[in-house]
Design a protein around this ligand. Structure first.
Ligand SMILES: [Zn+2]
Length: 163
């Protein structure tokens, strides 16, 4: 979010920008009187941004499409699926399903751009496959687990081809 005074100086304008990495959505709600404080201007803007949500702890804002990112997971809601180590530019975890989608795109794009291959020893490939199996077990029933399972199977098939 950015706050700035308009040219005439009679109004204080606030521009909300979505804090999800890579999201370009911005919104300028109705301006507020220049004499109001930044805090006041901020809450005014948030109150007048239809469909937007904010996280008061992290001081972040989310466009209607990403509105769910501001919600703490409630007990009987579908649990949030944050990534354990991956973070976006604002330091927030990603949704694991979204992240899986990105990884799949990376696989497709990488194969399209270059045919370069990397050699692992049979032991390294076998251990990597076991680690992927473990990951698939942790995230069983999720897209991330399915991706780990597929890659483990791929490594296994390459190992078999070697024999
Ligand atoms: Zn957004």
């Amino acid at each position: 979010m950015s706050i700035h005074l308009s040219r005439g100086g009679t109004l204080r304008r606030v521009v909300l920008s979505c804090d999800v990495a890579g999201c370009p959505i911005q919104l300028e709600p109705p301006a507020i009187e220049a004499w109001r404080s930044d805090t006041d201007a901020r809450s005014w803007a948030r109150d007048h941004a239809v469909g937007w949500t904010s996280d008061p702890i992290r001081q972040t804002d989310y466009c209607p499409e990403h509105a769910r990112f501001s919600e703490a997971p409630a007990a009987d809601d579908i649990p949030a699926r944050p990534t354990a180590t991956v973070r976006d530019r604002s330091g927030n975890p990603l949704n694991r399903d979204d992240y899986t989608g990105r990884l799949r795109e990376q696989l497709v794009e990488g194969d399209r751009l270059t045919a370069r291959t990397l050699t692992l020893t049979a032991a390294q490939a076998a251990v990597t496959a076991r680690l992927l199996d473990e990951l698939a077990g942790v995230y069983r029933g999720e897209s991330l687990g399915a991706l780990a399972q597929e890659l483990s199977a791929l490594l296994e098939s390459r190992l078999r081809d070697r024999d």
